[in-house]
Design a protein. Sequence first.
Length: 236
Amino acid sequence: MPDLPLDLWTSITNLGGAGLTFPLAFAIALWLAAGYSWRMAASWLALLGAAIGLVTLTKIAFLGWGVGVRSYDFTGLSGHAMMSTSVYPVAFFLMLQGARPTLRAAGVALGLVIGIVVAFSRVVLDAHSPSEAVTGTIVGALTALVFVRYWWEARSGGISTAVVTVSLAALTLALHDVRVPTHRWVTDIALTVSGHDQPYVRAKWKANRPIHTPGTPTAPISQTRDTLTPATQRHA
């Protein structure tokens, strides 16, 4: 892996955090509604919502019932990878409205590259296994590309490209370090619907041991390390 400082990898991975990508996604929807149509904005939110739902279901399935693929070390789609590969390509698609098709396509490609780098950072930081990062990337990329392909010929109603770009860039800078405890929320949902007292943890799941052991933490800090870790931090 590239020999980069840990702080830099953390900064990269924060680009896929829910505290940033969710507001960006809603800001994109608002600009789509203002500059194009409510139908276009609704289709964006529907596609993204379906992808978020899929990520959430895979996480709940593992945390609540231990559903995963041991041979691939898969316990759920990476939310960071999915959100970054879906949101950033559409952001560039919106910011480059009116540009030449080749430039706009290059912007979408750049957004995908950003998402891929975020996904890689999740593996570097032991937040996800390679299979989880790759599958999250695929789902996110499909979400973005389906939207972009369907609305490629859409014409803007006259919103300023500069204003859109400045607003999305400002939002990214302002919310880059904002963290939302999505993993804790998903864990709470998984325990509620499964009726279990404690979530499945990767290390014990891979060893195929029971989950009800005294002293087991309420959630793992890392989804990839084969050791139990404190529940003071969580990853999406």
